[in-house]
Every structure is written in structure tokens, then in C-alpha cells.
Design a protein around this ligand. Sequence first.
Ligand code: BGC
Length: 439
Amino acid sequence: MGVEDSVRCPFIGKFRLTALKSEHEVEIDMAQAASSSRSGGSRRFVYVVASVAALGGLLFGYDTGVISGVLLFIGEDFQLTAFLEGFIVSSLLLGAMVGAGVCGALSDRLGRRTIILAAATIFAIGAVGAGLAPNVETLIFFRFFLGLGVGSASALGPSYISESAPTDVRGSLSSLFQLAITLGILVAYLVNAAFASAGNWRWPLALAFVPALVLLIGMYFLPETPRWLVSKDRDEEARRVLSRTRTEAEVERELQEIRRTQEEEEQAGYRELLALWVRPMLVVGIGLAVFQQFVGINTVIYYAPTIIKSTGLANVASVLATVGVGVVNVLMTIVAILLIDRVGRKPLLLVGLAGMTVSLVIIGAAFAFSGLSGIISWVTLAGLMLYIASFAVSFGPVLWVMLPEIFPLNARGTGTGVSALSNWGPISLLPKRSCHSLP
Ligand code: BGC
């Protein structure tokens, strides 16, 4: 019986147990967990691998978070119509959908590392291109281009980390991707604030070049994931990669496990994603991805300043509250990282969903009674913080941790890509309007 799966994600355990995990693998996972303390020193490299790959998440958060705060100033330079304003925002989301769909599948063929290197190059060129854009058409082009990077990072970053991580810390390490997203959003809030008084939009867009370059250089020195290498019959390379972070015995056990898993899985590409045995995984993947957006997180992330101001808070308090939203998002993601491998994915999701429901009732009630007294502003703000905290401890990290865990190795890129694509779809339905992030 799959101990790990039945504890961590019981509702997908059935698929994993029948399709992916044998008794033998579970024993290996447990042995690996037991011996993890022995190989503590080499674990450091695993953390380096995860942190570098997580930079893709930082760029994802930054590039999506930065735009609402600078639209106002772009409008002053380029005489934007409402349509063009919307298009500047949508172009990145459109690019992200294409990037996730195409690059996810490509990574099954070309490797996770190759595609992340390509995404980092796109991030770097896109940041400079958008920052220097001489007209609105060029800006839209480069925002679309950046979107390709954001989409592929969202499809590939979690898989790269998950496939490189030892089982017992896989959840925590994969959650680093979400932590990086939240840091990216927070940095975007702060950078926008720093450049707001000068009315400058070029620097906030161009500054993303710095983490992009670090990602590019870092990934250049990192190896391909052992699982992908085995899937391409490059076992010797996989052995070398594994031996950087595992003891000799662990390397052999893990290689056996990967090979065995692969033999049990059928080959699965785009067409096979609809095969009967893969379909339940696809439903779970797409379902999680779509509902992560349907809970409304990005209405808060993109329009926090507008919502906060509409509660009647003074300007300075609104500024602090907006940064507060970003900080709570980061802090509660750290709480999730500490808990996710201990309590499991499903309990976190349930607690978070309960918190989001309660907080939305509070916010709804507060708006219904607005105008009664100043205290309502603070009640709304408390509701908003509870909402962000609940999302950050649950749906935020759980989606990106679970996606690579759900799909079989041969269809992982394609599966996570299609799921990530369905995550970007609902965001593009959000209303687009400028909102000076820190009033
Ligand atoms: C979501 C983003 C969201 C962010 C907020 C991510 O997991 O995919 O759409 O903006 O969390 O922290």
C-alpha cells in the first residue's frame, strides 16, 4: 500500500497506486527517507538546485505583479485607449498560455533543463525589450514574449524541482517555487512604489533582467533531472546526477525505482493524455489549476490597492496594507513549506479553503454594511489578510507541488503544461485596468 501517497494526497492516491507506485517503490521511498539524515551534507546541493529553479517562479510573480502598478504611467507616455491597456496586460497572459502548453510538451522531448534555459533567455530579452519599448506595439510584443517564459516556467519549474528532490523533502522543495512567486509579487509591489513618484514604468519592467540573468547562469551549471535522463535511457548520466546528492546505496535504489516506475507506465504524449488510465490524473490536474484561479486570488493580488482604498482607509494606511498583503502571502507560504511534507497536501487544502470561505463572507458583509463606521475598513482589511493567508498556506503551493506528482514521467511535461495552461485561462478573464499599486 502506498504509504506516502495515502498520507499526503489520498484523493489522488488511487491513481498513483494503480498506475505509478508499486509496493517496492514505497519501500524505497521509506528507506530513502530513513537514510536522508546520513546524506545531509550533499543535501545542500539539492537546496541549491531547487532555489535556482525557483527563480523562474520569482520572475513569474514579478512579471505578472508589476504591470497593474505601471499601466498608469505607460498610459501617460503612449496615450493608451482602454482596449490597448487591456491588451498590454492580456498579452503576457496569452503568451503564458502558449508557453505552458507548448513548452510543457517540448520538455518531455528536450529535457526540463533545456526548456528552463530557454525560458530564462526569454525572460532576460523580454525584460530589456519591454523596458526599452519605443511604442505600444513593441511593448505588447515583448509582454507576449515574456509570457512565453512565464508559461514555460510555470509548467517546468515545479517538475524540475520535484524530479530533482529526494522524496522526503519533495513537498517543501517544490513549495519553494510558490514562495518565489510570492516574493516576486512582493518585490513588484515595492519596486512600483519606489518608482511611482518619478512616474517611471521602464525601470520596473527592465529590472526583471537581473533575476533572469541569475537564472540563466545558474541553470547553465545545473544538471538535467535524473528522472528525465532515465526516461531517455541515459542511465549513466542519471547515476552521476544522483550521486551528487545521494549515497551509493541510495543511488542504486532510486535508479531501480525510476526504471520500475517507467516500465509500469505506458508511453503518454498529447494523444495519450486522454487515454483512459491518464484521464483521471488530467481531471485532477486541470481541476486543481482552474479552481486555484476560480477562488479569486488574482482579483486580490492585482487589485489589492483598489480594494483597500475603497474601504475608506487613508493613503498611507493603504500603502502599508498593500505591502502587508504581499508580506502575509510570503510568510504564510513559508508556513506551508514547513507543514506540507508533515501534514500532507489535502489537509492544507481543506483548512485553506475553509479560511477563504470565512474570509470572503467577512469581506462581503463588510462591503454590504460599508458607510456604517470606520471600523468597517479594518474588518475588511482583516478579512483580506485572512483570505491571503488561507490561500498562501493551501492552494498556492499545493497546486505547484501536486502537478508534477500527479502525472506519469513520460507525460509529466505535457500534463503539467496542459494543467498550467488551464491555470492561465481564468486569469485572462479578469478585468484589466490600471491601478496604481501604491497610492
Ligand atoms: C498563482 C498565481 C497567484 C499567486 C499568488 C500562484 O500560485 O498561480 O496566479 O498570483 O499564486 O501568490
